[in-house]
Design a protein around this ligand. Sequence first.
Ligand code: GLU
Length: 290
Amino acid sequence: MSRFITRFAPSPTGYLHLGHAFSALTAFRAAREAGGRFILRIEDIDRTRCKPEYEAAIYEDLSWLGIEWETPVRRQSDHFGDYAKALDKLIAQGAVYRCFKTRREIVDEIARAPHGPGEGPDGLIYPGPAEPMDADEEADRLARGEAFAWRLSLARCRDILGADYARLTFTEQGAGPDGETGEVTARPELLGDAVVARKDAGTSYHLAVVHDDALQGVTHVIRGADLFASTHLHVLLMALLGLPQPVFRHHRLLTDADGKRFAKRDRAATLRSLRENGETAAQVLARLGF
Ligand code: GLU
């Protein structure tokens, strides 16, 4: 049997809702069907939004659904040093640059750009500065202790990878017209010059997820279609960092009765409120089609 390792990687920024349950169960069932392994990972690099009570609730809610995972669970906030090392590699390659801009400045710059891509699937898309920052100005701002993020320079990545850049692809289960597995050409431009290390965290979701999936030997990344655009960036990061590429499966997103995606603010759809209202785990599973 071929090796199969998948994972569910929630961020403890709120209580899990039906959308998370669908995602977790999809991955857990896939691992069981393949005779493979299922990993739970806590993605808590955002130290202001993540709360210990939400992490505790994740364990409680997933257990209630009958999901079992391997221990110890990797908690990203315990491993900032690992992500710093991955970032150092990108810095050494010259793939990233410091960006001191505020969100407001980025918004204004995008608005002024003649053909700016503007808003993308993942929020704001920054195509990069017209000119790299002047070295003296950069040294000055560093000396003043101004905060900065590290952004991936797609222009530099093209130089670094040469012809391989245009040849970046990934395997998507369900990419074909009849849901079959297909090769997708990666288009990192979908996310522009993305932030790979946030001002406040020293890393980003993108860098940490790519690092951890490789470290944990994940062979199949199973997650919602909302992260499909991010995958295009992730395969570029994998190529730069020399990491193996998993197979991807982006599942459909669950919607509520009004056709809207579930969000953490939808109290009624959280697993704990369903439980408090007397719903059983079996009923939740049936509701989700399992
Ligand atoms: N931590 C991410 C989230 O909660 C998901 C990461 C992933 O599955 O790649 O949206």
